[in-house]
Design a protein around this ligand. Sequence first.
Ligand code: NAP
Length: 285
Amino acid sequence: MTAQIIDGKALAEELRQGFKARVEALTAKGHKPGLVVILVGADPASEVYVRNKVNGCLAIGMHSEKITYEASVDQATVLAKIAELNADPNIHGILVQLPLPKHFDEEAVLEAIAADKDVDGFHAENVGALAQGNPRFIPCTPYGVMKMFEKGNVDLTGKEAVVIGRSNIVGKPMALLLINAGATVTVCNSRTKDLKFHTSRADILVAAVGKPKFVTGDMVKPGAVVIDVGINRLPDGKLCGDVDYASCLETAGQITPVPGGVGPMTITMLLANTIEAAERKAAAA
Ligand code: NAP
């Protein structure tokens, strides 16, 4: 069997085209959606992510700006800027690019963002709402994966879903979303004793490990839906996922490629969250 490829790039483009009308409608009512991305330090990968986020907003008519600080900036300066942005009526979404330099208390910074502008969905209030099955902002990467399931008519109810990885950014919210959707969910981590036992009975397998080509075809149940969240840079400069695409392509029923799978969906869902924030504000005005 050769798996059907889930084209995240095409889906992301389709969704972004659909967002334009919502942005226009909001702009006409004086609520042009606005996103600010704060970048501390000059990590090259983070710079690329931030540029793509800002450009993604601008391309569909939203307002977006980047605020950069030297890696040596003190936390109080960043917190003061967040407080200012929390009070700015033209800004609907605030995102602090992670990771932050070591002298920062990441949790304190994320908690400083107003929950109704937390378009990354990392604020405790939003994490709690998601855990209760009543999400306000869903973290963008797992949100993008859920959109892929929705658009691909993947029925999650009663399915065995296995998530490899338990990070706050991907694994944990992914597991919560799958639970909320009625799947039977197992979350694996670096201490899981027999990983293959779990992965090989998964109807839905999500890899968010951060290790190149970690999931091989022999670990996958024939016909499974395999979602590769990983983005790893190989020594030759090429990108690859956490899934060994070549071997899993033969076993899986559906699979996401890297690049062109989950990656483009992540920024798309950031745009979706920011538009949603602006729509909520417009409705309350
Ligand atoms: P992370 O914080 O490093 O978490 C990795 C998780 O994998 C941890 O929970 C870890 O377990 C688990 N793990 C590591 N080795 C394992 C093993 N041998 N067996 C089972 N589990 C193992 O990474 P992350 O932020 O979740 O990101 C994961 C990947 O997704 C990375 O490649 C990242 O670049 C990528 N990513 C992509 C997007 C996108 O837009 N496509 C967005 C975010 C992240 P422990 O908790 O026990 O250490």
